[in-house]
Design a protein around this ligand. Structure first.
Ligand SMILES: [Zn+2]
Length: 285
């Protein structure tokens, strides 16, 4: 019997409409019957919980990254190790977010590709950070070395949206309000773009800063350059001239990151509501 409605393949997401329900997916060879079962099943409570964990880890990573940025105001804190703790929180939470998002991304071929992309970038960036910290006192890496290290670390902002794409997909499948998934997708996308332009700006700013000020500051998979705001404020307070486009990028990225935080909190609240509702239905039956 031919399928009369849209049924995404559980393996690759290909639309199976018009195909026989007993056949195989023409794209990946997966069973069409299994895809129909998958669609009827809907989102499980375990998937809702995993999506909420992704949101919480992303917010934690954001908090860690802001702690790192705060050290711009107080140099002695760097000695006290606060940025190092902030970095560790940011990195651990962002890698956990990616890990919790993994089973959610495994459902489709596109999701699997996104996961591999995010994972490779995050691990490469983290390795560079660790290597740099380990070698800092023994080897002078020079301008070229520092440039390459910064570029690899900075590519990290492209991994930032990956775990949240999994949450957006869960909300879409869960038939949560459409505006929430759409708005979050837009915010996550714009934030990633803003982070990329911010990278170039920070890269030029770092050269004009006192040595060591941002040596330990690296972007994180879950937040990117949200830490730009202390740099912007420090620049305004000290009256250091910055090109107007620089201010545009600085304040723009601060706005998108604020929207990002609100969107992630809204998604967590929505997911919590869905989890509670399932629990009530479970008790009622
Ligand atoms: Zn398929």
């Amino acid at each position: 019997m031919a399928l009369e409605q849209d049924v995404p393949c559980a393996g690759c997401g290909y639309n199976l409409r018009g195909l026989s329900s007993t056949g195989l997916c023409p794209e990946c060879g997966g069973s069409i019957r299994a895809s129909i079962e998958e669609m009827k099943r809907g989102v499980t409570v375990a998937e809702l919980r995993a999506a909420r964990r992704v949101c919480i880890c992303s917010l934690l990573a954001c908090g860690g990254a802001v702690t790192v940025g705060l050290t711009a105001f107080s140099r002695p804190w760097i000695v006290a190790g606060i940025p190092i703790v902030g970095e560790m929180i940011a990195w651990t939470a962002s890698l956990l977010a990616l890990n919790f998002a993994r089973p959610l991304l495994q459902r489709t071929a596109l999701g699997r590709r996104c996961f591999v992309f995010g994972f490779v970038i995050a691990i490469a960036a983290l390795s560079v950070v660790v290597l740099r910290l380990l070698l800092m006192h023994f080897v002078a890496i020079g301008v070229a070395g520092a440039t390459i290290a910064t570029l690899v670390t900075a590519s990290n902002v492209l991994a930032a949206p990956v775990p949240l794409l999994a949450v957006i997909d869960v909300l879409r499948r869960e038939r949560a309000p459409r505006w929430l998934a759409a708005a979050t997708f837009g915010i996550v996308f714009v934030t990633a773009l803003a982070d990329v332009s911010c990278e170039f700006l920070i890269f030029s700013e770092i050269q004009r800063m006192p040595p060591g000020m941002f040596a330990l500051t690296t972007p994180h998979p879950a937040i990117g350059y949200g830490v730009i705001w202390p740099i912007a404020i420090a620049g305004v307070v000290s009256g250091r001239p910055v090109a107007p486009v620089g201010y545009g990028i600085m304040f723009g990225v601060m706005l998108t990151h604020a929207a990002w935080v609100v969107a992630v909190i809204l998604m967590s609240v929505t997911l919590t509501g869905r989890i509670r509702r399932r629990a009530m239905i479970g008790q009622g039956s």
